[in-house]
Write a protein that binds this ligand. Sequence first.
Ligand SMILES: [Zn+2]
Length: 185
Amino acid sequence: MKHLPFEDWLLLGESALTPSQHRALAEHLQECLQCQMLQMGLGEVEDLFRESGLHDPAPGFVERWQARAQQDRLVRQQWRYRWQVGIMLIVILNAVVGLAVFLGGQLFSVFDSWVDVVALAVYRIFALFFALGEMRGLFAVIWRILGGLVPPERWALLFLALGLGSLLWVGWLAHLIKLPRRVGS
Ligand SMILES: [Zn+2]
């Protein structure tokens, strides 16, 4: 037995049918158990919706909701973008100020005398090497302590996670930097 037009008609609802379709459906239902079951099931579902007080959303609700969600997402992304740019600016500003102070100090000493400058440079280089050596020693100590606590395979996992994390962050940042241009166009 063919059910195809009748199943579709049942799903459409009887109000959507022409009188001749209505008659044909009624005739088919009298002799088809499968379509009777479908009709009954659909009726139960409709009752359930009526009883639960669920209504169809107001016209345009889905579109409004999507527009609203899209707008929210944009505002959040722009806010995060500004926040990250702000942090980057602070870091860059710190570096610039630090460099300016460092270079400014050197520039002043240039006017004093060449001997002082050379002595200062040599002293700085030695100090730098000393500090690096100290730091290396410090790192070695930390490394030994942490290395004893964390097994080697965990370290590999940690570095992998760190690498992936920074990669994701860079990608995210690149995406955010591209975003305002795309929205603006
Ligand atoms: Zn049928």
